[in-house]
Design a protein around this ligand. Structure first.
Ligand code: HEC
Length: 473
């Protein structure tokens, strides 16, 4: 091939093409015909998720250049990124908002695929690989939260480990695997760093390749028409026919909307990063501060709320078996609904299932935000003791009211409807507890209440209990 008379770029490209032949391999992919109906705004969530993944890799690599994956260096390196490294705060913010957006858009993608019947024959394997991708991404989200190595991460992981340790038989092994030892220590962080930076991203990249290969091989799902049921005998033939008669080249016809969507989500993430900044880190991890209230990022809020609301005796069963069943159901969806109607207009059960799940998750997540079991830290500063609880009290009892106010009991307990909701309201406590029980509760705590034994003088305890003894409705 002569390169005579061409520009330098073209001749370089021609040189490369003659040897690598990549253009020849990519061109049929870009030109391959797809059903005209797939050029829809409903079909952009998959590529938008991919765009966010690329953004996560780019920002993740930059962060890894500075982040110190050691128990005593991690927190400092995050502060360094936040306040000293040029644009460090921005990188952290984009990585954080990108991860949130990736989980959100991927969930939309999954719901869309399900409602449009794209998991049905012959795309079952594409769905299964997709579920793997979903789980891996949640794994990235969880391990990423731990790398934020602050109070929330430390205690969140502690809770995760204690859940894992309850698994009968394999509990201890699972904790060892998760933490790299019996307790959260330096090795734990190294482990999570390796998983977050090498292991899961590697799996993700491979699986995304497989997912896209399957999409290309089998073809993008046509727009489902009510009444046009999928059957194993006729489907592929009919699809080929439709693509031949009325297909359009994937690029640029169908890819145009994808590219716009990718641009929009990336811009939205950058905008959120600029407006809201990076998240955390919240407090140096400190194993001696047990009254932390770790709260997970939004995608785990629903689970967090669920676990908190479950009656304690159901927890072990539900926490250990629930996720296994949920994941199994996700994997099996294309097997018990692999053929038949594709359009959501003819699949009331499918639509109802999605609605119910989304409603439950949203409600639980909402509960997770306004958690009744977490302390309301501003409660004690704002709320005065209601007047009717101080009227006609002895000096000792009044002093007890002061202790209750000063020791910030109301971050967790309400009085006259004002205060935290982690502990029970104290309004009628005198009818529930004897004097001795009150003393014991204050000194020893228990059931999610810190022990105040060392922080109160005997005189203060005496006054406090005298005051609480007057609290009747
Ligand atoms: C971190 C949150 C928190 C703080 C702060 C807290 N408590 Fe509690 N408290 C709880 C919880 C949770 C319970 C329920 C314990 C249980 O279920 O066994 C509780 C229970 C009690 C009870 C028993 C109530 C009942 O109706 O059975 C009393 C009395 C009590 N707390 C007094 C106090 C006093 C006095 C203070 C301040 C010195 C205080 N608490 C600070 C969380 C807290």
């Amino acid at each position: 091939m002569s390169t005579h008379g061409r520009g330098p770029i073209r001749s370089t490209l021609a040189w490369l093409e003659e040897r690598a032949g990549l253009g020849g391999a990519i061109a049929p992919t870009l030109d391959h015909p797809v059903p005209r109906s797939t050029a829809s705004w409903w079909y952009v969530f998959g590529s938008a998720t991919l765009a966010l993944f690329v953004l996560q890799i780019a920002t993740g690599i930059c962060l890894a250049l500075v982040y110190v994956p050691s128990a005593d260096g991690a927190y400092q390196s995050l502060l360094y990124l936040n306040y000293q490294a040029p644009f460090g705060w921005f990188l952290r913010a984009v990585h954080f908002w990108g991860s949130n957006a990736m989980v959100a858009i991927m969930t939309l993608h999954m719901i869309q695929v399900f409602l449009w019947g794209a998991h049905k024959y012959p795309r079952e394997l594409t769905w299964i690989v997709g579920v793997f991708l979903f789980l891996c991404t949640l794994g990235m989200a969880f391990t990423g939260q731990i790398l934020r190595w602050d109070q929330d991460a430390y205690w969140g992981l502690g809770i995760g480990a204690s859940i894992a340790s309850r698994a009968p038989g394999i509990g201890d092994t699972m904790v060892q695997l998760l933490l790299g030892g019996p307790i959260i220590a330096g090795r734990t962080l190294s482990r999570f760093f390796a998983v977050h930076v090498f292991l899961v991203p590697g799996i993700l990249i491979g699986m995304i390749g497989l997912h896209l290969w399957l999409v290309l091989r089998i073809g993008i799902n046509e727009w489902p028409m009510p009444g046009r049921a999928v059957s194993r005998e006729t489907y592929r033939h009919r699809y080929e026919e439709e693509v031949h008669k009325d297909g359009v080249p994937f690029f640029p016809y169908a890819a145009r909307k994808d590219m716009v969507a990718c641009g929009v989500v990336v811009l939205a993430v950058v905008l959120c990063a600029l407006l809201f900044g990076p998240f955390g880190p919240h407090g140096v991890p400190d194993p001696t501060l047990i009254d932390a209230a770790p709260k997970p990022d939004f995608y785990f809020l629903a689970l967090y709320a669920l676990f908190a609301l479950l009656p304690p005796w159901t927890e072990t069963v539900v926490i250990l078996i629930g996720p296994v069943i949920a994941i199994a159901v996700l994997f099996l969806v294309p097997f018990f609904a692999g053929t038949g109607e594709k359009s959501w207009q003819r699949r009331p059960v499918a639509v109802l299932a999605v609605l119910v799940i989304v409603l439950i998750m949203a409600t639980l997540a909402g509960l997770g935000v306004t958690v009744p079991w977490s302390p309301k830290m501003e409660a004690w500063t704002a709320a005065a003791t209601p007047v009717r609880y101080v009227q006609g009290r002895t000096p000792l009892e009044l002093q007890g009211a002061l202790v209750l106010q000063n020791k910030q009991c109301r971050t967790c307990h309400s009085l006259g409807g004002e205060g935290g909701r982690r502990g029970p309201a104290l309004d009628g406590v005198a009818t529930r507890q004897t004097r001795d029980q009150l003393v014991r509760q204050v000194l020893q705590g228990g059931g999610n209440m810190p022990a105040y034994g060392k922080n109160l003088s005997p005189a203060e305890v005496n006054a406090l209990v005298a005051f609480m003894g007057t609290l009747r409705p």
